[in-house]
Write a protein of this length. Structure first.
Length: 131
């Protein structure tokens, strides 16, 4: 079992800092996936877990390059969420807000539009391995 904590910090240059932390999260499994994307309009599908979305405690997505050209959509393997999201900065999801994506995600589909820079997207997930 992995013990995970999440800390989010926002800082104004030369000014105030805001920080929030979770308590300790006991997760049965953790993993990081790095995906290389080429700016060619192709879609790359990444499996993030084999079971229900309720198994996910933390999901974080970051990239070497943020842009309006870099988008993703959650999928349950047969249906995609209605909303396509733009990876314009780091994104973080917890068990509480992941349900708002519209599907019970087991996959994330990334697309990097032509004309931009290539990117490597990193996905971190902490989840339970057994239902």
């Amino acid at each position: 079992m992995s013990r995970v904590t999440v800390t989010l910090t926002a800082a104004i240059a030369g000014g105030q800092t805001f920080s929030a932390s979770s308590g300790v999260i006991d997760a049965e499994a953790t993993g990081q996936i790095d995906v290389d994307l080429t700016a060619d309009d192709s879609t790359v599908t990444v499996d993030i877990q084999p079971s229900a979305a309720s198994q996910i405690h933390v999901l974080m997505i970051s990239s070497t390059h943020y842009s309006s050209n870099l988008t993703y959509v959650f999928s349950d393997g047969s249906s995609d969420a209605a909303d396509t999201l733009t990876l314009d900065g780091p994104h973080s999801y917890s068990a509480g807000n992941l349900g708002a994506v519209g599907v019970k995600p087991t996959q994330i589909k990334f697309t990097l539009a032509s004309g931009g820079d290539d990117a490597t997207v990193s996905i971190f997930v902490a989840r339970d391995a057994t239902p």
